[in-house]
Design a protein around this ligand. Structure first.
Ligand code: PLP
Length: 350
């Protein structure tokens, strides 16, 4: 099954930790428990700076809770038109911000470019009382097509945000995959580049169901628990969410899982290319876009390797692309099985 990384099971380390340390114990509700209390300290070490952290059940809620803190109801959020925020979060951004608008900025099929952002900010009528000036830039790292922003581009965004007084938000549903791909410190792709707050996905990368909302500028943590409560996102048994994050960020599990997922996508990319099957955005992280005939698609689906049909619209609409997503438990045998299903004979172990 290559539909998405949220089809992945929970990884054994997290399962075992919950069973050994949480199951059968009692602790206080609504975040007053041992593991939630530890999260700030835990993540502060990972990011090498003081952070404020809240575990949230879904990525949409985590993104939009953060944006509610970073943007007023009469302002707007700059994001890419293909972003999860723009196309897959329903009216949640409006709901959580109380009415803020999304304003699109692009440059590449899945990315905002520094040039486009600079031009857009330069052209903004900041004092137009009839408009909704931007308050926040939101980017996705890794992007919805599995590519990553470089630390240099992230720094340019940060400088522009500073120049124009914007907050800077990162949807990091696949942040682990981006850090693993870039082989850099998480700080370089976040606060050192000027990021104000971010979400850091865990559900797609080994957890049962939790994302970390991470705030770097403490003024934006104020009131967030009340905002979470108001939207039904203050988990009473938060300790189960926090304990998942505790394990996820222990012993580099989050990076090891992401590294493995990225490697499996790269393996698949190599194999397909060797057999002249076209792929796009060559497996920067754990997503691959593959050009298949309908009959190859049907045989792979019949063999259990489901994928989403994913037309790519950058150079005219390329309809015959499919998105293949790997995750922490994808195996080389599964990649070989998929190759076999689309007519590639793998003769030696891969
Ligand atoms: C880029 C991105 N952001 C956020 C999310 C989180 O979404 P959900 O609310 O389904 O957990 C996803 C999940 O697909 C995603 O791909």
């Amino acid at each position: 099954m290559f539909l998405s990384d949220n089809t992945a099971p929970a990884c054994p380390e997290i399962f075992a930790f919950l069973q050994q340390h949480i199951q059968g114990t009692t602790d206080l509700p609504y975040g007053d428990d041992f593991y939630t209390q530890q999260l700030n300290e835990f993540l502060s070490v990972i990011f090498d700076t003081d952070v404020w952290v809240m575990p949230v059940l879904t990525g949409t809620a985590a993104n939009c809770l953060a944006l509610g803190q970073l943007c007023n109801n009469y302002q707007s959020i700059i994001c890419h038109e293909s972003s999860h925020l723009a196309i897959s979060e329903s009216t949640a951004p409006v709901f959580f911000t109380g009415g803020a608008r999304l304003q699109y900025c692009g440059g590449e099929i899945d990315k905002i470019t520094p040039q486009q952002l600079a031009q857009q900010l330069e052209a903004t009528h900041w004092n137009d009382i009839h408009g909704s000036p931007p308050a926040t830039l939101a980017i996705t790292q890794a992007t919805e097509l599995g590519r990553t922003y470089s630390p240099e581009d992230m720094q340019i965004f940060g400088d522009l945000c500073k120049q124009y007084g914007l907050n800077y938000f990162v949807d990091g549903a696949r942040f682990a995959n981006a850090v693993a791909a870039r082989q850099c410190h998480p700080a370089e792709l976040s606060w050192r580049a000027g990021v104000t707050a971010m979400t850091l996905g865990a559900s797609k990368n080994g957890a049962f169901n939790v994302e970390a909302l991470v705030i770097f500028d403490p003024q934006y943590a104020k009131g967030i628990m009340a905002r979470a409560k108001r939207s039904g996102h203050l988990a009473s048994k938060m300790r189960f969410l926090s304990a998942q994050l505790h394990t996820y960020f222990s012993n580099d599990l989050w990076l090891n899982n992401a590294r493995h997922a990225n490697q499996m996508a790269a393996l698949c990319d190599r194999l397909l290319k060797q057999h002249s099957i076209e792929t796009r955005f060559s497996a920067h992280t754990n997503q691959l876009f593959i050009r298949l005939t309908e009959s190859q698609y049907h045989s792979s689906r019949d063999a259990g390797y489901e994928m989403y049909h994913w037309p790519l619209e950058d150079q005219g609409i390329l309809k015959d692309y499919y998105r293949l997503v790997t995750h922490w438990s994808t195996s080389a045998e599964q990649i070989a099985g998929f190759a076999d299903a689309i007519g590639i004979k793998v003769t030696k172990p891969i």
